[in-house]
Design a protein around this ligand. Structure first.
Ligand code: UGA
Length: 440
């Protein structure tokens, strides 16, 4: 029989929460919930990962997270275990943060999600709130609810909540402690009191909607961010044709509060484990309902053509057929992370090699392990004898580097700014040939 969960767990004190999945979302959320005062058990099937976490070693690079995990483990507010079934059975709030990777047809692989659902169905013996944090296609949480009912679980024994995350890699802790909104999709009002207390949200706007509504807010958010980037990239091309600096346009746009200054940086385009995957998944979901996705297609098409655009710029001044040496600075999909997933820089490197360039790289976080490139651990050494330098990721140490040192070490003088992040005038004064798209 349904019994309000806060009688069992003491709503005004702390909640006991089981986080399933010790990936980037699961770990960040588990640590934050421990900081908020809850008791958190984070579980994962990966024994090695759990063993490392128990020793305070975290499997991802996220500034500040390791210290937080160590601190709250020592305070006995954060636990790690591989005993998933037991934890699911013993905890009243289950937060699912497992991976939902892309499949070849663009859809999401929900097999981890299904395994967790089966485990909950098999063990549920008291009222539970099941919160989905993983990004899942519209209709997934309804499917979870249906599965529970079809497998004979009485609907007074559980509530499903869709609670997508909006964390950025590299800034995940800031984002989780300063959310601009919290989105909760529910089927009943029963879990609302618990949800309002879960994140100690203060004055953060709370958005309550249906299960599928919450799923779509997440996709809409990443679709819109990607659209801003492709818009910026198309505008930069137009600026280029008219010899106008796109940076001026960005300033002019950003001051309009209806547009806002964020996500208007032009360059190699968006990558990472979220934006490209979510766009493909949203397209797949739309297609299953015969919805055409003209804008979404255009956003992806522009993004996919950015690398070719920059390689053409390079080829115009340094034809690849001459077997020239180039250096690429930055290999991660953005600064502040060690994540190479869907990194535009990696695609740029692969295509440069295919064209015949000899490629050297430097990245503050990652040394590439490939016999096709020479990966350096020293930023300046990486440009020795290179004909061209390409900035593929806008790390601070590239923007503020010693350009006379760079010029002295290079054989050629080409600097291709594929993130529109450098001071072109200063580089030209230094005698370098500064190139890009939408720069003067
Ligand atoms: C993105 C969203 O920003 C988060 O809100 C969301 O929670 C997350 O996906 C997710 O779905 O989990 P993230 O993938 O960490 O976060 O990275 P972003 O900071 O959004 O950058 C994505 C890509 O866009 C990067 O390759 C970046 O270089 C590129 N970008 C970003 C631009 O090319 N121009 C910009 O102006 C901004």
């Amino acid at each position: 029989m349904y019994k309000p969960i806060f009688y069992e767990i003491g709503l005004k004190e702390f909640m006991k929460i089981c986080v399933v999945g010790a990936g980037y979302v699961g770990l960040t959320t588990a640590a934050a919930l421990a900081v908020f005062g809850h008791e958190v058990q984070c579980v994962d099937t990966d024994q090695v990962k759990i063993d490392d976490l128990l020793q305070g070693k975290i499997p991802i690079y996220e500034p500040g997270l390791e210290n937080l995990i160590i601190e709250y483990s020592q305070k006995n507010r954060l636990y790690f275990s591989n005993k998933i079934v037991e934890s699911i059975r013993d905890y009243s709030i289950i937060l699912i943060a497992v991976g939902t990777p892309s499949q070849n047809d663009g859809s999401c692989n929900l097999s981890f999600m299904k395994q967790v659902v089966e485990m909950i169905v098999a063990t549920i013996n008291s009222y539970k709130i099941i919160i989905t944090k993983s990004t899942v296609p519209p209709g997934t949480n309804e499917w979870i609810h249906r599965t529970f009912i079809e497998m004979g679980v009485k609907d007074d024994l559980f509530d499903i909540v869709s609670n997508p995350e909006f964390l950025r890699e590299g800034r995940a802790l800031w984002d989780i402690f300063h959310p601009n909104k919290l989105v909760f999709g529910t089927k009943t009002d029963r879990p609302l009191e618990v949800l309002k207390e879960l994140y100690l949200n203060g004055s953060t706007p709370l958005i309550f909607t249906s299960l599928t509504g919450a799923e779509l807010i997440k996709y809409a958010s990443n679709f819109f961010l990607a659209t801003k980037i492709s818009f910026a990239n198309e505008m930069a091309r137009i600026c280029d044709a008219f010899q106008v600096d796109y940076a001026d346009i960005k300033k002019g746009l950003g001051t309009d509060p209806r547009i806002g200054p964020d996500f208007l940086n032009a360059g190699l385009g968006f990558g990472g484990s979220c934006l490209p995957k979510d766009l493909h998944s949203l397209k797949h979901s739309a297609l299953t309902h015969n919805i055409e996705t003209k804008l979404l297609d255009a956003v992806m098409e522009i993004n996919d053509s950015q690398i070719e655009l920059y390689l053409q710029r390079l080829n115009n001044v340094l034809p690849a057929s001459e077997g020239k040496q180039i250096t690429v600075w930055g290999v991660t999909f953005k600064p502040g992370t060690d994540d190479l997933r869907s990194s535009p820089a990696i695609t740029l490197i692969q295509q440069s090699i295919q064209r015949g360039y000899t490629v050297h790289t430097f990245d503050p976080m990652v040394k590439l392990d490939s016999c096709d490139v020479t990966s350096h651990s020293d930023q300046y050494e990486s440009v020795n004898n290179s004909d061209a330098l390409i900035i593929a990721t806008e790390w601070e140490q590239f923007i503020h580097c010693d350009w006379s040192e760079v010029q002295g070490r290079m054989k050629g003088s080409i600097v291709l700014d594929a993130r529109n992040c450098l001071d072109g005038e200063m580089l030209r004064r230094q005698g370098l040939l500064y190139l890009g798209v939408g720069i003067r």
